[in-house]
Design a protein around this ligand. Structure first.
Ligand code: PLP
Length: 385
């Protein structure tokens, strides 16, 4: 046992694999529930795209969370773990007919609609099925989140969502349609956001838009502010649970809900990132001229965030107590971007040592690929060991 890891048990498992600390997951879910319960009408839909491992999903479902889905496959995954359709929201810029039909046949809570073209198709398909689709419009609030360019979604010109100037028009069009019912406004400004000012800016924008609609006597049943709360990738031990208190109280303080209105959240990363680690084994230590490389058996096929977003994951040698040395930690994939970390300080590392890439529970296992004909990594939870 070193740090939080049952290293002895890890020795028997083929690497690389994901390990999910279910105690931490449960504590995180409890922390969210505690904050949410302070505010009337708040509801959290876990964003399945962050991690759809059935064992992880099952724990989240049992805690009573709803689901935010971005595909038909995710709707199926939510239903498979018993999340009721009445707690499922479905977003995405490109919903295929079968996915819309699936959502309609299951009577999901809401379609988060991202264009007029999509609204027309939903109305048509709902008509064919004798259904009425509940729809919310995803509005682009033009609030720039201070996060990585590749994960900012709330700016004005974007493939996501509907611009603010089109909001009233799409609501009017929906009102004229027979098989859709306008029920809400949806927003999502980006991901890995740690500055509460960004969420505050969203609250102010939502207040303005609500006032604008009120003047037209347009009633909105619910507001959905999406997800985006970040985690501390630098300090997974010191800050294992995100600051949910600040997050929810920012909304409570600033966003003015109307009587009877509910406020929906779609947290992904903040729920699952810290409970997961990618566990990999050192294959070789290669001495370069100016540095040394720890070549491990996991690659960007297992965890793509460093290669895709230049993301940082804390790296630890969990089977050595030797003096600290510096390594570039790299994978076996035939691409020069297959680097997990440069100049990483690790306990002296040799062949066979287990290495943990921390905070990998979100956008890790689910983004794995088979490039180079590699096997997909398996995910284990504490109870499996
Ligand atoms: C990705 C996504 C989320 C979850 O984002 P996190 O940063 O993981 O909290 C929520 N809502 C929508 C619409 C998304 O696309």
């Amino acid at each position: 046992m070193k740090g939080h890891f049952p290293t002895d048990k890890f020795q028997e498992i083929e690497t690389p694999f994901y390990y999910y600390d279910t105690q931490l997951l449960r504590d995180t879910l409890q922390a969210i529930k505690q904050e949410v319960s302070r505010h009337a009408g708040y509801m959290v839909h876990y964003a399945i795209k962050a991690n759809a491992n059935p064992k992880v999903l099952n724990i989240i479902a049992q805690a009573g969370f709803g689901a935010d889905c971005v595909s038909g496959g995710e709707i199926r995954a939510a239903l498979a773990v018993g999340i009721p359709p009445s707690k499922i929201v479905y977003a995405g810029v490109g919903k295929a007919d079968w996915e819309i039909q699936l959502g309609l046949s299951k009577n999901i809570f809401c379609f988060n609609v991202e264009s007029l073209a999509e609204l027309k198709v939903i109305n048509e398909l709902a008509g064919q099925m004798g259904k009425t689709a509940r729809v919310a419009f995803r509005i682009n609030p033009d609030v720039g989140a201070h996060t990585h360019a590749k994960i900012t979604t709330g700016l004005a010109e974007n493939k996501f969502g509907i611009t603010m100037s089109d909001m009233e028009n799409v609501i009017e069009v929906a009102a004229s349609m027979e098989h859709v019912k306008f029920v809400g406004l949806h927003f999502h400004i980006g991901s890995q956001i740690l500055n509460m000012d960004d969420f505050a800016a969203l609250c102010n924008r939502v207040n303005d838009l609500q006032q604008q609609l009120e003047r037209k006597r347009i009633h909105v049943e619910h507001i959905n502010v999406g997800g985006g709360l970040g985690v501390d990738y630098q300090h997974p031990n010191r800050v294992p649970i995100p600051d949910f208190k600040s997050y929810f109280s920012t909304y409570a303080r600033l966003l003015r809900l109307r009587p009877g209105q509910t406020l929906h959240f779609e947290l992904g990363r903040a729920v699952v990132a810290q409970c997961g680690s990618l566990i990999t084994r050192t294959l070789y230590v290669k001495q370069g001229t100016a540095k040394q490389f720890a070549i491990v058996d996991a690659g960007f096929t297992d965890l793509i965030r460093p290669a895709l977003y230049q993301a940082y994951h804390k790296i630890e040698n969990i089977s050595s107590e030797g003096p600290i040395a510096t390594y570039d930690v790299v994978g076996p994939i035939c691409e020069s971007t297959d680097v997990f970390g440069k100049a990483v300080d690790l306990n002296t590392t040799s062949r066979g040592d287990l290495i943990a890439l921390r905070s990998a529970g979100a956008y890790g296992e689910i983004m794995a690929s088979q490039y180079n004909c590699r096997r997909l990594p398996i995910g284990y939870i504490t109870e499996d060991l």
